[in-house]
Design a protein around this ligand. Structure first.
Ligand SMILES: Cc1ncc(COP(=O)(O)O)c(C=O)c1O
Length: 380
């Protein structure tokens, strides 16, 4: 059966060029990157090339990039590592109410360990302002964490303005950039970022690899102890093939593809709005990442049923963020932007990739219209 894959915000398909770059490092040429023999040196060279590729895409220095097992671990390291290291300066943390669970739950956990947490609410578009962050600041604030792009509704947060605010006051600013990496401009210097989380599997790289950018001079407390890899901050034998693939994926950044996705996104939004009465676009129309479309269809259309019906017809979408897709609870992000539980349950996220075509989006709109009509009819 033909497959139209529109769940790229959950994970992307591996780019063949990435696989090609990784293959030698799964085979006989590479050893443990910590070893001094030739196999080890080959592995270490692959890793250092990837570190440089990722650093380049953020305008950072290679030694400011620390590899992890993914975005979740990088978020944990950023928040726990910075908070514990800065504890003598203060104990107040700020984040938003639409962060990925790996940020929000980590902050909540820190709040059980002696830190105080302020969770700033977003508006109906999922947007937070630098002014709100300013109001939440206290004398003892040490760390602010606001994501670059929301994973469910694609809203772009004003990271540059928040970065400027934090830098002036000497407060660390962390941003989870997993969704925006290679699609939204990311410049750690221009945007005053201190800590940035990235992962590979959202950018056509492999699963199980991430990175944390840590601005030079920031003291961090290691969260993983052992062989002192990654400058002692993240012990564990380094995942050479994964990291090499991550570096290659970062280097494939393509502004033409971003333009193409933006056009397709807007085209699909128009198609849905003109064909399906009552379809409501969640998130912001203009402050939105190029590949995210999130619609709710109103009570009477369960997002889960819609997702499963689309799946039967070969169209892969998500009825909420992948991390919570198995739970029947409504999406916290959709509730945070003011949707009722019923509206939140009727939401579907379509997330495009550089390979998505116009024909695929037209067919998706047509099949979607049919399914929504049937579901509404069945529940009338
Ligand atoms: C915004 C955001 N942060 C963090 C993560 C977690 O990343 P990983 O799956 O690499 O642990 C994801 C992916 O689900 C995400 O979308």
């Amino acid at each position: 059966m033909r497959q139209i894959y529109l769940d790229n915000a959950a994970t992307t398909h591996l780019d063949p060029q990435v696989l090609e770059a990784m293959l030698p490092f799964f085979q006989h040429t590479a050893g443990n990157a910590s070893a001094l023999h030739r196999c080890g040196v080959t592995a270490a060279k692959g890793i250092e090339q990837a570190r440089a590729q990722i650093a380049q895409s953020l305008n950072a220095q290679p030694e400011e990039i620390f590899f992890t097992s993914g975005g979740t671990e990088a978020n944990n390291l950023a928040l726990k590592g910075a908070a514990f290291a800065a504890q003598e300066r203060g104990n107040h943390l700020i984040t938003s109410n639409v962060e990925h669970p790996s940020v929000l739950q980590t902050c909540r956990w820190l709040a059980t360990k002696g830190f105080e947490l302020t969770v700033v609410p977003v508006n109906a578009e999922g947007l937070l302002t630098a002014g709100q962050v300013r109001q939440a600041l206290r004398k003892d604030t040490i760390l602010v964490s606001v994501m670059q792009v929301n994973n469910e509704i694609g809203t772009l947060q004003p990271v540059k303005a928040i970065g400027e605010l934090c830098r002036k006051r000497g407060i660390y600013f962390h941003s989870d950039a997993c969704q925006g990496f290679t699609k939204v401009s990311l410049d750690v210097k221009a945007q005053n970022l201190d800590l940035v989380t990235l992962n590979a599997h959202k950018v056509h790289g492999p699963l199980g690899v991430g990175a944390l950018y840590i601005r030079k001079g920031i003291t961090m407390e290691a969260q993983m102890h052992g062989g002192a890899q990654e400058q002692g901050l993240r012990s564990g034998t380094i995942n050479t093939p994964g990291i090499v693939g991550f570096g290659k994926a970062a280097a494939l950044e393509d502004s033409e593809a971003v333009r193409g996705m933006t056009e397709l996104r807007d085209y699909f939004i128009k198609l849905v709005e003109s064909r399906i009465p009552g379809a409501r676009l969640n998130g912001s129309r203009d402050r939105r990442i190029c590949n995210n479309i999130n619609f709710s269809f109103g009570a009477g259309v369960a997002g889960k049923s819609l997702m499963l019906e689309l799946d039967k017809r070969g169209i892969t979408v998500s009825s909420g963020s992948a991390c919570s897709a198995r739970s029947l609870k409504p999406s916290k992000v959709l509730l945070a932007i003011g949707l009722s539980e019923a509206e939140a349950h009727s939401a579907i996220r379509f997330s495009l990739s550089k390979w998505t075509t116009r024909q695929e989006m037209e067919l998706t709109a047509q099949i979607l219209e049919e399914i929504v009509r049937n579901l509404r009819g069945a529940n009338a």
